[in-house]
Design a protein around this ligand. Structure first.
Ligand SMILES: [Ca+2]
Length: 133
């Protein structure tokens, strides 16, 4: 590989969402059920990443008040994401917030104008990025 691996920061060898190392390793039999240096699954999104860490999307609630919750998450460009919310985890009834969105960059944001006093959020990957030729 001749391109920069696009680590997250100096001395932090986790991968940025635009890293060419994402999904560019070679899956080996021993990796199934193994973990990376962050104790996450060694293989996420079908193919192992080059390096010691698997890239994964992280969701951050950047603002929360009744009627206005804003979320931001890291994305793989070309992948389609759906933000979901749940008011009671014991029911596990997740509802879509807005429509699925295709990531064009390495970050997406969404707002929830129906936020109650408390609410749980998750983001799901509904469609993989198209294979690069
Ligand atoms: Ca991967």
């Amino acid at each position: 590989m001749t391109n920069s691996p696009a680590f997250r920061a100096d001395g932090d060898y986790r991968l940025s969402p635009d890293s060419p190392c994402i999904n560019s390793g070679s899956n080996q039999r021993w990796m199934s059920g193994s973990i990376d240096l962050d104790q996450k699954p060694r293989i996420l999104y079908g193919t192992v990443d080059m390096g010691a860490y698997e890239f994964f999307e992280s969701l951050t609630i950047t603002h929360f008040s009744a009627g206005n919750a804003q979320s931001t998450w890291t994305t793989l460009p070309g992948a389609v994401y759906q933000l979901q919310a749940c008011d009671d985890l014991s029911t596990a009834e997740w509802v879509n917030i807005g429509s699925p969105v295709t990531a064009t960059t390495t970050e997406l944001s969404a707002s929830d104008s129906t936020a109650a006093d408390h609410r749980f959020y998750r983001v799901i990957l509904t469609e993989w990025p198209a294979e690069e030729e």
